[in-house]
Design a protein around this ligand. Structure first.
Ligand code: URP
Ligand code: ZN
Ligand code: ZN
Length: 473
């Protein structure tokens, strides 16, 4: 008996983390209902002949509408960030809720929900950022939120007002161990960066390029090793985020080879940008100020090696957008006086997939299956969304991006359309682009146009990460 579906995607090559096969997809009620050939009839049949049909991207490291210091405003709200993500083939993002000191964490979580509710084009789920790990937070507030599906949180070893000291890091890791949460660690040493910054400023070396001088590779390498040692002491898995260079990778590889559960992430900027980008005319370098900073060609090669051989299990954008020509953004009144005042972070949620596909798959550095693993499946697995998200399998949400693997373009901000006024990846020649993005069976982007219903995205409470499954009760 022939079946009827809401949608059939016909004629394409379906790529998952495991393999690539010529097959059609039958979608019903927002989920994948059948895979095979000659599936039956449908209200709509999408012709994917010559195209790659892949799980929609999951970007597990994005910052949206996050308070960023006096007079500084992030360029994206939930509408504009998820619009850009959808245009670039991403169907789920995991933004951060930044703990406000002195305020119950739950209140801040609710405030972010209020911002996201009804605004998102794609699905979302929140990580937390812990800035004040006091007894009430670690003893009650955090464990209760983990129970409710906020199963991962980020801590910082740098940034004024956010950096935790070693004792605090150990306490947070211990709490995570007890409640089965996964901790993401930003590994750069606060004191070393302060020391360098003050020396550079005294010497009048204040241009944006000195942001990179102030936080050299060794500052990241040392903090990476320290975070790993703390995790070993507490006996808990960690995720080292936005890894930029060979020296830090060596620390992670060393830990992994000793059997430690140290996971790692790298990002778009570490594959295609370098420190030289921070050395633009006038303040142009501010467009590339992020932490850790982009490094050099050798670091890029090391990141590619890590993506290929599994040191990294996720590839994210660390989308953190500030407008350039804006007194509340990169060119705020204090920015000219020192790189210290240039807000850290660059936009990337819309460009992430195309850059990795073009530079990785099309240039033969990684396979299409590795692309899917690194951009979708491993994010879902790591952060407790699998198998609902991150794959194309019967029963999974029909979150799908159809890619034209031969489409060529030179990247401009017009392709990205986030809330910033530039993309750091402008001018990059790209081969391969998503021509249709579908979230839970609903087409949200087709041929570069947003076509989905407003506010289609839903919030996703998450299971615990399988890496951090509860070890004590
Ligand atoms: O420069 C960056 N990466 N800004 C975003 C915040 C963070 O550290 O991830
Ligand atoms: Zn960070
Ligand atoms: Zn970040």
């Amino acid at each position: 008996m022939s079946a009827h579906f809401d949608t059939i995607i016909a004629g394409g090559t379906v790529v998952t983390a495991g393999d690539s096969i010529r097959c059609d997809i039958g979608i019903r009620g927002g989920r994948v209902a059948a895979l095979g050939l000659d599936l039956g009839t449908a209200d709509r049949t999408v012709d994917a002949t010559g195209k790659l049909v892949m799980p929609g991207g999951i970007d597990s490291h994005v910052h949206i509408a996050q308070p960023s210091g006096d007079g500084i405003v992030m360029a994206d709200d939930f509408e504009s960030a998820t619009r850009s993500a959808a245009l670039g083939g991403t169907t789920t993002v995991l933004p951060f809720v930044l703990q406000e000191k002195g305020r119950p964490l739950r209140e801040t979580v609710n405030a972010y929900h209020a911002l996201a509710e009804g605004a998102c084009h794609i699905d979302t789920s929140f990580h937390l950022i812990i800035s004040e790990p006091n007894e009430a937070v670690l003893g009650q507030q955090l464990p209760a939120l983990v129970e409710d599906g906020y199963t991962s949180f980020k801590i910082f070893m740098t940034y004024e007002g956010l950096a935790l000291n070693d004792r605090e890091i150990l306490e947070v890791l211990d709490t995570a161990r007890n409640c089965g949460a996964l901790v993401m660690v930003h590994c750069e040493s606060y004191d070393a960066i302060r020391f360098m910054t003050e020396k550079l400023e005294k010497a009048g070396r204040t241009a944006p390029k000195h942001h990179a001088t102030s936080r050299p590779k060794l500052v990241e390498r040392e903090a990476t090793h320290r975070a790993i040692a703390h995790a070993e002491l507490v006996d808990v898995p960690i995720m080292i985020v936005h890894v930029s260079n060979r020296e830090a990778i060596e620390q992670i590889r060393w830990a992994q080879q000793r059997g430690m559960k140290v996971l790692a992430e790298t990002c778009t900027q570490y594959l295609v940008l370098t420190e030289a980008d921070l050395d633009g005319l006038g303040m142009e370098g501010a467009k590339y100020v992020c932490s850790p900073p982009p490094r050099d060609r050798d670091s890029q090669e090391a990141c590619w090696d890590g993506l290929r051989d599994g040191v990294f299990n996720v590839f994210s954008s660390d989308h953190c957008p500030f407008r350039y020509e804006d007194a509340e953004g990169k060119l705020n009144p204090k920015a000219k006086s020192s790189f210290r005042w240039v807000p850290n972070g660059i936009p990337g949620v819309g460009a992430r997939l195309a850059v990795l596909f073009s530079e990785g798959v099309k240039k033969g550095r990684i396979s299409a299956e590795q692309f899917v693993a690194l951009t979708a499946t491993n994010h879902a697995r790591t952060y407790g969304l699998y198998p609902r998200k991150g794959t194309i399998a019967v029963g999974s949400d029909a979150d799908i991006a159809i890619w034209d693997p031969e489409k060529r373009l030179t990247l401009t901000h017009e392709h990205i359309r986030d809330g910033a006024d530039y993309t750091p990846y402008a001018g990059l020649d790209i081969t391969g682009w998503p021509v249709l993005t579908m979230v839970r069976g609903t087409v949200v982007v087709e041929d570069g146009a947003l076509v989905g219903p407003k506010g289609h995205g839903v919030y996703l409470p998450r299971e615990r990460s399988p890496y951090a499954a509860k070890v004590a009760s």
